[in-house]
Ligand binder design. Structure first.
Ligand code: CMX
Length: 133
């Protein structure tokens, strides 16, 4: 399997607009997209830093994955996403190495990417996403 780069870093925030302000005004980045991902119960905002994106995640439902995360841990880094060349093959490969998958098959994520998550209990506590354009 071939990881090509860090596609994005997902950051859980309580208030999307307030957090966008920090990234734009304090860090000088430009938010280029805001998108709701209904099945994940989040609203997302994207910034680019070189080849890597920052994805801010605001929960739209306290029972969604980001709502539960913020309730337990507060705001902060939520997941790390690697771009891979062949996602179905990458999933087979990591599963074959004993890694627990959250998604057995790729599904559609923000920005139309094919994505799949690996469980944080088998990735040293870091929720890990693999994605492919
Ligand atoms: N990073 C690290 N650990 C996490 C975590 C995260 N983001 N989210 C949950 N956990 C840990 C919890 O702390 C908990 O650990 P303990 O048992 O030691 O307390 C354990 O995982 C179980 O957590 P939970 O709150 O009971 O939640 P669930 O088991 O119901 O769900 C998870 C956890 C990771 C399976 C779920 O959040 C998930 O499926 N995530 C993938 C989808 C996702 O995060 N979508 C949002 C982003 C979408 C996008 O980018 O578009």
């Amino acid at each position: 399997m071939e990881l090509t780069h860090i596609e994005h870093i997902g950051i859980a925030v309580s208030n999307l607009e307030a957090s966008i302000k920090f990234y734009e005004e304090a860090l000088g980045l430009k938010c280029y997209a805001i998108e709701e991902v209904k099945d994940q119960k989040v609203r997302t905002a994207f910034f680019k830093v070189g080849q890597t994106k920052i994805e801010l995640l605001e929960s739209t439902d306290p029972e969604g994955p980001v709502g539960k995360f913020i309730e337990k841990k507060g705001e902060g880094i939520h997941h790390l996403a690697f771009a891979v060349k062949n996602l179905p093959e990458a999933l087979k490969s990591v599963e074959g190495k004993g890694v627990r998958l959250i998604d057995q098959q790729p599904r559609k994520g923000a920005e139309g990417l094919n994505i799949a998550f690996l469980h944080p209990k088998s990735t040293n506590g870091v929720l890990t996403e693999l994605c492919e354009e």
